[in-house]
Design a binder for this molecule. Structure first.
Ligand code: ZN
Length: 432
């Protein structure tokens, strides 16, 4: 059964409860709906000395989507899961089009305006607007969730490979064993570095072995810089020779180059890390190798939110993902600041915007309209598109109905820059 966020009378976070229990409380009038997405109720009666479970908020930031999971550390249950879809591409394309319009205008035969004084500098931690929006999305959601749930710590996947751990692997020996993390991480690193193909014959899709460039019998070490991939055939053929003697001098040079994004991970994740550190909760970081290790060990499907649940050393060994219905959160932004849209010649195509809110509603708000009279009798729930006339469009999952008068509309959820839907079980099919 899906879990629901609960707040007490003063808005303090309590343990999450079952959706059935929430329904009973709402029905009995002991609680009220506080927020629809994520579903939160607020109790109307005092709770004395509540005991709180340890909840860990876990994040797996990606370029298109970020996985979010809240895990009850004692039971191992994933109590909340979500995937945040970022709007990086949208931001880039709107900025591109704005740039094109401005350039176009400057190059036209219009009254000459002197170029602006070049006083624009980029500060040190500068991120492009599309990357910045990803960071802001993640921070927004972390801050929202800690207001709804008594989170005790945050886990963040920060690096792809844990270089420190691999250094230790050198000492322990790298013979790959299922269940040994250091060896696993090292193997993943070598696989990534040599693009999952035999370094000698270049074949893919066949069992590959970790191979020593200078053989162990001749003093070769287990260090990352002495390992490559080989198919069984090449490995046998190479035998006791070094890669150089075997006729592959390039491999020895290639192996010395560091993997580009292994140590220096993408700047976005560091920016997220710094933002989360400022929040003040204990922050744990993990590597992508560890995430995959945790996930494969428990035989879980690969989705963004399951990956999030597997981030970090604190991951319980009995993760229970079956009760949760993940929330799909899509960043939509807060509309455009452009006063009117242009035609292809750069001339205004529409009237200037008269405002954002009309009759108390804003485009993107979720409303319920119960129309009792006229041609459009019926119940409509969905997103509203406001019109100055007061006759709105309501878009539900199936259709759009036009011309619903604002007096029939009741606000369910004010637009907050995100749109929501539930992932009903489709992720289950991705189970290996
Ligand atoms: Zn081969």
């Amino acid at each position: 059964m899906q879990k629901v966020f609960v707040l007490d009378t003063k808005g303090k976070q309590l343990d999450m409860c079952h959706s059935g229990q929430a329904r009973r409380l709402l029905k009995a009038g002991l609680a009220a709906v506080y927020k629809r997405f994520p579903f939160t109720i607020k109790l109307k009666q005092e709770v004395s000395n509540p005991t709180l479970q340890p909840y860990q908020l876990k994040l797996d930031p990606g370029s298109k989507k970020t996985g979010v999971a809240i895990v009850n550390q004692t039971t191992g249950e994933v109590v909340f899961a979500a995937e945040i879809e970022h709007r990086g591409q949208t931001i880039k394309s709107t900025l591109d089009s704005r740039r094109a319009i401005r350039r176009n205008r400057r190059s036209r035969k219009t009254p000459y305006r002197k170029p602006r004084f070049n006083n624009r500098t980029r500060s040190k931690g500068w991120l492009s607007p599309s990357l910045l929006s990803r960071v802001a999305n993640v921070e927004t959601w972390v801050r929202r969730l800690i207001k709804l749930c008594p989170i005790t710590g945050i886990s963040l996947e920060l690096v792809k490979f844990d270089m420190q751990l691999m250094q230790n692997a050198e000492i322990n020996g790298v013979q790959y064993q299922q269940g040994q993390l250091a060896g696993y991480e090292l193997r993943e690193y070598v696989l990534e570095k040599f693009q999952r193909k035999c370094a000698y014959c270049g074949k893919r899709n066949l069992p590959l072995q970790i191979e020593h460039i200078v053989p162990k019998s001749r003093g070769g070490s287990n260090s990352v810089t002495n390992l490559t991939l080989a198919c069984e055939k090449c490995n046998l053929k190479k035998g006791n020779k070094t890669a150089l003697e075997f006729g592959y001098p390039k491999i020895q040079a290639q192996v010395k180059l560091p993997l580009k994004d292994a140590a220096a991970v993408n700047t976005t994740r560091w920016a997220i890390y710094n933002k989360l550190k400022a929040i003040g909760l204990p922050l744990e970081t993990g590597s992508g190798g560890l995430t995959k290790f945790n996930r494969t060990l428990q035989d879980l499907p690969k989705t963004h939110w399951v990956d999030a649940a597997c981030v970090g050393k604190s991951t319980p060994s009995n993760l229970d993902i079956n009760k949760v219905i993940p929330l799909q959160i899509k960043a939509t932004g807060h509309g455009s600041r452009q006063m009117c849209s242009m035609d292809k010649f750069g001339f205004p195509r529409t009237k200037a915007k008269a405002g954002k809110k009309f009759f108390g509603f804003q485009t993107g708000d979720m409303v319920k309209a119960i129309v009792t009279g006229g041609k459009k009798v019926g119940n409509y729930t969905g997103k509203v598109a406001v019109r100055t006339s007061g006759f709105f469009n309501i878009t539900s999952q199936k259709t759009t109905i036009q011309g619903i008068k604002y007096t029939y509309c009741k606000l369910l959820f004010a637009c907050d820059g995100y749109s929501y839907s539930y992932m009903k079980g489709e992720w289950r099919s991705s189970r290996p």
